[in-house]
Structures are given as C-alpha cells and as structure tokens.
Write a protein that binds this ligand. Structure first.
Ligand code: FPP
Length: 247
C-alpha cells in the first residue's frame, strides 16, 4: 500500500513520456516497438492515475517537432494513437474518464481527427478524470495562437489592450479549461522542457526520472507522487509565510 495523502495529490499532472526510441534501440528492436510498449505504459499510468484520484492528467503524446521524424515512425505513432482511442473507449466510459485533445489538431490525419472527435464526444460526461492528449502540440505555438486571437479580438473592438492580464491570457491558451499543472514528470533522464507547456509551467514542480517511458512502472509513478507531496510550494513567498498560510 502506498502512503499517498489524498488532499495533497496534484490536481493537474503532466507527463513528458520520453525514451521509447532508446528503449527499443537498447534491445536492437525497431523504434516503433518502443512506441508500442510506450502505449502500454500509457494504459498503465492512466489506470493508476484514475485509481489514485488525479483529476487532470495531460500526456505529451506528439510534439509539433515530431512531424519531422521519418514518415514510418510518424505513421506508426498515428496508428497507435487511433488504436489506443478505439481499444480504451469502453474503459474510459466505465471509469468516467473524459478525453480532451489539445494542439494543432488540424495537422493530424483525418482519420485520427475523426477518432479523437468521436472519443471526445462520447466521453464528454466523464466526471472521474480529464485525460488530455497534447498532440501536434508546441508551447510556442500555443502562445502564438493565443496572441493572434487576442489581437484579432482587440482589432474587432471586443477587447481592450489594458484588459490583457495573466488570467485573460490563460483563457486563450489551448489549456484554458485546465488548472495550472502542479507536477510535471519527464522520463528518460533528459532534463529539459522541449517546447511543452511554456506559460503553464511557471510554478510547476518538476520530477525527472532516469527510467525510459516503456519501463515506467506504477511503483515509480507513486514514488514521483510521494516526492511531490514532500515538497513545499512557495509561489515566490518565504517558507514561513507559506506555513502560516497553511495553518
Ligand atoms: C518519446 O520517445 C515519445 C514520443 C515521441 C511519443 C509518445 C508516444 C507514445 C507513448 C505512444 C502512443 C501514445 C498514446 C497516447 C497511445 P522518443 O521516441 O523521443 O524516445 P528517444 O528519445 O529515446 O528516441
């Protein structure tokens, strides 16, 4: 049994699932096999998150830069994604999981867009957990699309420049209906953000794991959550101020 404290779970947990390619290369397998095992890890961690009671889980499943990978790899990732949506629908419905997709979704193949749309619609009533897939997502793209829409609303006379503040800006981001991420996990030992959430990560705790994503177990996932629960989040205040506020 783990020692997680329900009240101190991250409300929004985001994961950069890295290391599928290296997992395969270490075994002299095709990189696609690494992604296939990565998809199994996704199933495992989504299930664990739902059981533990995490309200929002966001997975960085395909970045705007991933389009430049070899065609066979991109095709395989698109296939795995569609396959995931088809095979998991029943479990999502049974477990009250609501699926959301964010990113430049118009770039995705039509059949993936359709599968996403259908899953989003069918699971829209899920109240147990919001599972967000960041697809064709780039943090800079997200900020730019927000700026463009804010500008056009200003030009149309529906928004005044002086009304633009952090809260308003957040509402224009693709993550507008998500709370800010409390914890970011990145696997595979790389210690960078790789154009994932840029604006959103301002006060996020980060947990770097050396484990490659296909090997990321439920036990290590719980370790990451325990580590988060032991941290003191100060949001720019002093430790004393935070502890007085807690009491
Ligand atoms: C990073 O590994 C992972 C990706 C680029 C894609 C993540 C996709 C999955 C986990 C599987 C499909 C997704 C779902 C939601 C079913 P990498 O290839 O960059 O690894 P490397 O750095 O070792 O090469």
């Amino acid at each position: 049994m783990h020692r997680l404290v329900k009240e101190k779970l991250p409300r929004h947990l985001a994961i950069i699932m890295d290391g599928n390619g290296r997992w395969a290369e270490k075994r002299s397998l095709d990189r696609v096999e690494g992604h296939r095992q990565g998809a199994e890890s996704v199933r495992r961690i989504v299930r664990a998150s739902r059981e533990i009671g995490i309200p929002y889980l966001t997975l960085f499943a395909f970045s705007s830069e991933n389009w430049s990978r070899p065609r066979v790899e991109v095709d395989a990732l698109m296939f795995l994604l569609r396959n995931y949506l088809e095979t998991e629908l029943q479990e999502m419905l049974e477990n009250q999981i609501r699926l959301v997709a964010i990113g430049d979704l118009a770039r995705l193949p039509l059949e993936v867009q359709t599968a996403l749309q259908q899953t989003v619609e069918k699971t829209a009533q899920g109240k147990g957990m919001t599972l967000t897939l960041a697809l064709s997502y780039g943090g800079r793209d997200d900020i730019l699309q927000a700026v463009r829409r804010i500008l056009s609303h200003c030009q149309e006379g529906n928004l005044k420049p002086e009304e633009i503040n952090e809260e308003l800006f957040s509402k224009y981001l693709w993550t507008h209906n998500h709370p800010g991420p409390d914890l970011l996990i990145r696997t595979s030992g790389e210690m960078r953000i790789s154009n994932f959430f840029l604006w959103q990560l301002a006060y996020t705790e980060i947990y770097f794991s050396p484990t490659l994503w296909p090997d990321f177990t439920r036990e290590e996932f719980i370790q990451a959550l325990l580590s988060y629960q032991n941290r003191e989040r100060r949001f720019g205040l002093t430790g004393e101020q935070v502890r007085v506020g807690d009491g």
